[in-house]
Each structure stands twice: as C-alpha cells, then as structure tokens.
Design a binder for this molecule. Structure first.
Ligand code: NAD
Length: 498
C-alpha cells in the first residue's frame, strides 16, 4: 500500500492530519494507496516555505530559470513510459492516452523556454523632454494551482510552467484521485535544478483549498475542475483580493452540416465522444446533425461503431478507452443514462451492462448513444462526463448554432462541413471559447491560449500562451527623468504637454 504525503521544500513530507483518501486502480477496482489530506497548518507551512524561496528565484535571470525547465523536459521524456503507466493506473485512461496527457503538458513547458521574451517590458524614449517611460513584468510571489483528476500531468504543468518561468513559487493542490504523477513531477523538478520550495505539492480536499483561498501570501489562484467549484473558488479567491482564473465544466457540441464528409465525421465523433471514456473537458457530448437525412445517415453509421468500441484495462495498448475514474463516477454516469431513458430520449446503444472479463470489479462502462435528445432534458443541460453521446436533431443551420449559443457552458465546439462560408459564419457567431472546423477537439496549441466562455470559465485571462505570462506577472510602469530635465526649476505643467 503506497502512502502519499506532501512535497514541501524539495522533499517528501508525511501527512499529519490522520485524514486520508484512497487511491483506486480503476481498471480492477483495488485500492493501491492512500493520500494524506492536509491540515490548514500543513498548507501554511508549504506556503511559508515557498515564500522564503521565491525572492532568490525571482532574482535568477529568466534564461537560467528556463534552463531548469529545459532539463526538466529531458528528465520527463526519459521516463515517459513509467510516468504514463503510473498515470493510467491511477486515472484509468489507457497508457497511450496517458502519454498524450503528459505530452500536452510538456508542450506548454517547451513554450516557457522562451519566457524571457514573454517577460520583456515596453520602453518609450523621450515620452516628454528628457523623460523615458518603461514597463516591467514582475512575478506575483507565491501562486497556487488547484487541478482536476482528468489530466493529472497536463493541467499541473499548464499552470506550473508559466508560473515558475515567470519567477513565482508555485503550490500545487492536485486531485486527490490521482496524485502520483504530480508528486513525481515535483521530484523531477528538483532533479532538474529547481530550488527547493519553488514547486511544492500539498495534497488535500476542501480544507486545504480553503486555506489556500484565504491565505494572504497566495497572490493568484488557477483552478480547473467542475463549474460549481470553479465558481466558488473564483468568488472566494477574488473576495480575498487574489487574481483568479477558474475553468469549469463543459457540454461541447459538434454541428454536422448536410455536406459534411460522413466518414470523417463519424471517425471524429467516435474519438471525441468516447476517447478517455468521455472524461475530457473538450470531449464532444452532443452531436447536432442538420436535416433529417443527415441525422439518419449519421445514426445509421454511428450505431455499429459505438457497439464495437473496444473497452479495456488501462494497460491494454489496443483498447479505445479504459475504465472511468471511480465507482462513484460510474454510478453517476449510469444514473444519467437511466435518466435519459426516463426523459424520453431514444437509447440506441446501451453500454450500461458492460463487464470486463477478468476485471469484474473495475469501473467499466460501454459506449452509450442517445438519439432524439431535446434541449429541455437534463441529459442535454448537464455535464455527464462519461462515454455517452447525445444526438440533438436540428432542422436548419440557425437551429443548430442556437444550441451551443444558448447553452450554459461554452468550452469547445466544432462544425463539420465542406462549406467555407458556413464555417466562417459559425466561427464568427458561436458563443464558445474554442472552435474546431472539421476538427472535433480544438484544444489550442501551447503558444495560443486555452479557455472556455460562459459557465466554462471565470476570470479574464486564459491558460497558457501569452495570457499565462500576464496572469502570473504584474506590470510596473516607470516614468523617469534624469538631471538634465530638472535643472530649470519647478515644473507647473504636465511634462508631456511641452
Ligand atoms: P472537481 O471540481 O471535483 O475537483 C477539482 C479540484 O477541486 C480538485 O483538486 C478537488 O480536490 C477540488 N475540490 C473538489 N471539491 C471541492 C470543494 N467543495 N471545495 C474546494 N475544492 C474542491 O473536478 P474533477 O471531478 O476533479 O474534474 C472533472 C471536472 O473538471 C469536469 O467538470 C471537467 O469538465 C472539468 N475540467 C475542465 C477543464 C477546462 O479546462 N475547462 C479541463 C479539465 C477538466
């Protein structure tokens, strides 16, 4: 039985609260470890440690800081396979999918190698006679990241990379479901030469999170998780005067126009709807075919593909997807499928009864497909976060675009069409933060920014890309005049007016 504590000041520290959470192995339902849940005092100790370490790190020039990240990238790449397996065994996703989780995190760290450029200020020579104006970006101090279970490598790195590259110390509170990879990343940061205290990990639940939200030494909080918690964290962090960017849940639509290439569309829907058992915030959970003929052709082709999805244990390299994260998640997803049937949607593929031979206690769920879902149903309005795809039939393009525009969430959306005019109109008018045109999961590349709209994101700056460096730094603007400008006695007019 593994015992996971905290990582503070460059070393593992055992938990003292006596409170723990079980770490499951979703593929067989066994308990593989226990993770400590921090007390407020343990969190405060991590913050104090980070606060003491941060000034020296901020004073280290940005290229030297980037060199540490470069070494870190090499170390992570050298143990890609074992990290991916650790991740898959705690989360449930397959090993190839776990590698993608790590890869998308590393891509943001790669962009951080050029952080010296992102941290440059502005300069205006002679803004007034003898007056120069310049701005600088300075780190905030100690910042925190609170992250979800579904990307235990990617999201911590999306936050830690830019925060650390900008000269901050970073406290990570990862998901209590899968803390193994974040703890190993902490060790690798130290091995790469990051000073102790610049990346601390405190494991815990609401108690740890609330301590972070209330501590005056935490200057910014980045959160990713479900919408009610995102909203809560945003309100409490900002009420305490902190910067906050909090990303929440999703209900991503894919509009299928009558002229779409149906082979490409079906492949895209199968991957985006069922990959990672639907436990992705950018998964497609609603397909919107336009016109009856499009809908009928789509459903006819989707049914055999959903029925033949290969569900397998996380270590099966050929499985399409693995188990979901916990028994509780499995029960919730099955409950939504029961509800959809009650609400009157037509369940054309029912994966509720799926059992994985040899892994009977694992949290497996076969793919489910609903046809004739309508916008008033809860299975349409709420995030299911499982291998369940719903089809909402639309008569026209205008009916189709209204669906994502009026939905509470606005994370990702896609349109499949051969018509450039329709695609352009869609990209311009849709009220969603990330848009795919014949791309089902439009996660922006690391040097662009990632963020949803409406109930999917609270705060005004996105994750990674240029926004991340704005979020993790504060701007100071200096107006300077040297002696030649003050030799003529007192000034009584605004200098720039001269
Ligand atoms: P979650 O909201 O349950 O947990 C996220 C984090 O918040 C965890 O670290 C957890 O310990 C903490 N937390 C949970 N309850 C809390 C409480 N009452 N008070 C304070 N902290 C609390 O989310 P999850 O189940 O880990 O992740 C899945 C959710 O994350 C889905 O809704 C998914 O859409 C969303 N997600 C969003 C994005 C995005 O970029 N928008 C990305 C990935 C996941």
């Amino acid at each position: 039985m593994r015992e996971v504590g905290h990582f503070i000041g460059g070393k593992h520290v055992a938990g003292t609260s006596g409170r723990t959470a079980e770490i499951f192995q979703p593929m067989d339902g066994t308990v593989q470890g226990r993770v400590a849940l921090a007390t407020p005092n343990e969190v405060r100790a991590a913050i104090a440690n980070a606060k003491a370490a941060q000034p020296a790190w901020a004073a280290t020039n940005p290229q030297r800081r980037a060199r540490v990240l470069r070494k870190f990238l090499d170390l992570v790449e050298a143990e890609y396979d074992s990290l991916a397996e650790l991740l898959a065994r705690e989360h449930g996703k397959t090993i190839p999918d776990a590698k993608g989780d790590i890869q998308r995190g590393l891509e943001v760290v790669e962009v951080c190698l050029g952080s010296a450029h992102m941290l440059k200020g502005e300069f205006t020579d002679n803004a007034g006679t003898g007056i120069d104006v310049y701005s600088m970006r300075q780190p905030l101090g100690v910042v925190a990241g609170i992250t979800p279970f579904n990307f235990p490598a990617m999201i911590p790195l999306w936050k830690a990379g830019p925060a650390i590259a900008s000269g901050n110390a970073f406290i990570l509170k990862p998901s209590e479901r899968d803390p193994g990879v974040p703890m190993r990343l902490a060790e690798l940061f130290i091995e790469a030469g990051l000073p102790a205290g610049i990346f601390n990990v405190v494991n815990g639940d609401k108690e740890a999170v609330d301590t972070i939200l209330d501590d005056p030494d935490i200057k910014a909080v980045g959160f990713v998780g479900s919408t009610p918690i995102a909203q809560y964290i945003y309100s409490r962090a900002t009420a305490n005067g902190k910067r906050a960017q909090c990303f929440g849940g999703a209900k991503n639509h894919m509009i299928i126009m009558p002229d779409a290439d149906m082979d490409q569309t079906v492949d895209a829907l199968i991957g985006a709807g069922y990959g990672s058992a639907g436990e992705r915030c950018m998964a497609i959970s609603v397909a919107v075919p336009v016109g009856k003929d499009t809908a009928d052709r789509l459903v006819e082709r989707l049914i055999p593909r959903v029925e033949s999805l290969k569900v397998g244990p996380s270590t099966d390299m050929t499985a399409d997807y693995g188990p979901v994260v916990t028994q509780q998640a499995l029960d919730r997803i099955k409950g939504y499928v029961d509800l959809g049937v009650k609400e009157g949607a037509k369940l054309v593929v029912d994966g509720r009864g799926f059992k994985m031979q040899g892994y009977e206690n694992g949290y497996y769920m076969g793919g489910c497909l609903f046809d004739h879902v309508t916008p008033d149903m809860r299975i349409y309005k709420e995030e299911i976060f499982g291998p369940v795809l719903g089809i909402v039939r639309a008569d026209t393009y205008e009916d189709a675009i209204r669906l994502p525009n009026e939905h509470e969430y606005g994370n990702g959306v896609a349109i499949f069409t051969r018509d450039g005019d329709a695609a352009r109109d869609f990209a311009s008018r849709v009220q969603v933060g990330m848009v795919g045109i014949n791309v089902p999961i439009p996660v922006p590349i690391a040097y662009y920014t990632f963020g949803g709209w409406k109930g999917s994101g609270f705060g005004d700056l996105n994750q990674h890309g240029p926004d991340a460096f704005r979020f993790y730094t504060k701007t100071k603007t200096v107006t300077s005049r040297w002696p030649s400008g003050v030799k003529n006695g007192a000034e009584f007019v605004i200098p720039t007016m001269k």
